[in-house]
Design a protein around this ligand. Structure first.
Ligand SMILES: Cc1cc2nc3c(=O)[nH]c(=O)nc-3n(C[C@H](O)[C@H](O)[C@H](O)COP(=O)(O)OP(=O)(O)OC[C@H]3O[C@@H](n4cnc5c(N)ncnc54)[C@H](O)[C@@H]3O)c2cc1C
Length: 382
């Protein structure tokens, strides 16, 4: 079975890119994580090394610091990394798309090259204690004063890696009386701005990914607003659409490697596997192949110029099912991982439980599919 998940029959140009990347990798091997180095700091170091070789933002236009190639070129680089078990390209695509679609020319020129280079690390400040699925019901407010400046008050929650970030893509309500979906606006909030407090939270797997973000009389200039006033909901939907598919998250090669590991194990232990385990592995292979086929289709659509939309809810459900079943099965295949100190599969298993929540829960994805893709009527309850 192939580990490389996207085989479009590489064009000469794509093959050249892969060869160039392999040659570069030979001279720039993966750095080792230093003892005690937090994962986001290590990944940021890796991000900057990749960027120094020109391997970040391949599909971003040259004028904004990218290479002006296609998403297929970016996917090819993810494949190459994944096939070596290396961390993928930095997950900034969804933020970059938000800036490309909603930022002014000045913002795109100023913010995108720094984002791609890793000079500015961004986080996403959408969810709140009382507004996750019901994002449009958020209570953080950005009130515009007579001088045009905004004053922001409120609290964000689950803000991933805010403590390692310099900027936050913040959503806040700018019109308290307007319709919920048309009264939100987006901002590039510098996290060192007076009035901002970032408090990390410890998660079940030991990570300090999540943060609370407290905003007390934080001042933002009009030039820090991304997109028109009231366009925050549209920007958020663009962002999450790019956050919900295997293409942009670059998870496929990692799944492929684990499936290969399980397949080898099954071959080596043929005849002695516990009842049902072979069928479980088989189901993982089927899920994975469906996801691969689906991602190929998405790549083809992207190459044809189609932007990510509500279809990515289907991608998110498929990815969640694949990932959760894969790591549940992997723990049965490699039970020693449960006992080892911080085994990699066990850590990934714990994180896979979050797949049905982050980027919008599975129930919300089903609602989107029902309403926006299938045109089904609401059932009167929501
Ligand atoms: C690992 C991880 C990283 C995250 N990173 C970020 C981040 O960086 N920035 C950020 O802003 N947020 C982040 N989040 C938050 C995430 O977006 C929210 O957790 C998610 O949108 C769900 O919101 P909630 O937790 O408030 O749950 P709720 O919205 O309270 O939902 C609770 C339950 O009710 C169900 N439910 C709610 N409404 C409906 C409905 N209308 N129909 C059917 N069922 C419904 C949900 O599916 C869920 O099962 C992250 C979450 C995780 C797990």
């Amino acid at each position: 079975m192939t580990v490389l998940p996207l085989d479009f029959g590489d064009s000469a140009d794509l093959e050249r890119l892969r060869r160039g990347f392999r040659a570069w990798l030979a001279d720039n091997p993966l750095p080792a994580r230093t003892p005690g180095e937090p994962v986001p700091v290590f990944l940021h170091r890796w991000h900057r090394i990749l960027h120094s070789g020109g391997w970040v933002g391949l599909d971003v236009p040259r004028e904004y610091g990218g290479r002006g190639l296609t998403s297929l070129h970016q996917v090819a680089i993810s494949d190459e990394l994944g096939a070596r078990g290396a961390p993928g390209v930095p997950r900034i695509g969804y933020l970059a798309h938000a800036l490309l679609e909603f930022g002014s020319a000045e913002q795109r020129h100023r913010l995108l090259p720094r984002m791609l280079a890793g000079d500015d690390v961004w986080c996403q400040g959408f969810s709140e204690p009382g507004a996750g699925s019901d994002l449009a019901g958020m209570s953080t407010r950005a009130d515009r004063g007579a001088d045009g400046r905004y004053t922001v008050n409120g609290q964000k929650l689950w803000t991933s890696y805010a403590q390692y970030s310099r900027l936050c893509l913040l959503l806040a309500r700018t019109d308290p009386d307007g319709p919920p979906h048309r009264s939100l606006s987006a901002f590039a909030l510098p996290l060192d701005r007076p009035g901002v407090t970032v408090r990390p939270l410890r998660a079940a797997n030991g990570d300090d990914e999540f943060c609370e973000l407290f905003l007390d009389d934080v001042h933002l200039a009009e030039s820090e607003r991304i997109g028109p006033e009231g366009a925050g909901w549209a920007l958020a939907m663009t962002t999450v659409a790019y956050e919900r598919n295997a293409l942009d998250t670059g998870h496929l090669p990692k799944y492929g490697l684990l499936i290969e590991r399980m397949r080898h194990h099954a071959l080596e232990h043929r005849g002695t596997l516990p009842d049902g385990l072979l069928s479980d592995i088989g189901r993982c292979v089927v899920d994975y192949q469906v996801l691969v086929a689906h991602s190929r289709r998405r790549t083809a659509e992207r190459l044809a110029g189609r932007a990510a939309g509500p279809e990515s809810s289907v991608d998110k459900l498929l990815m969640t099912r694949t990932e959760q079943r894969l790591y549940e099965t992997a723990l049965k295949v490699f039970p020693e991982e449960l006992h080892g100190p911080g085994g990699e599969v066990f850590g990934d298993y714990l994180y896979s439980r979050a797949a049905s929540v982050y980027g919008g829960t599975s129930q919300i994805q089903r609602n989107i599919i029902a309403k926006r893709l299938l045109g089904l009527p609401a059932d009167g309850r929501g």
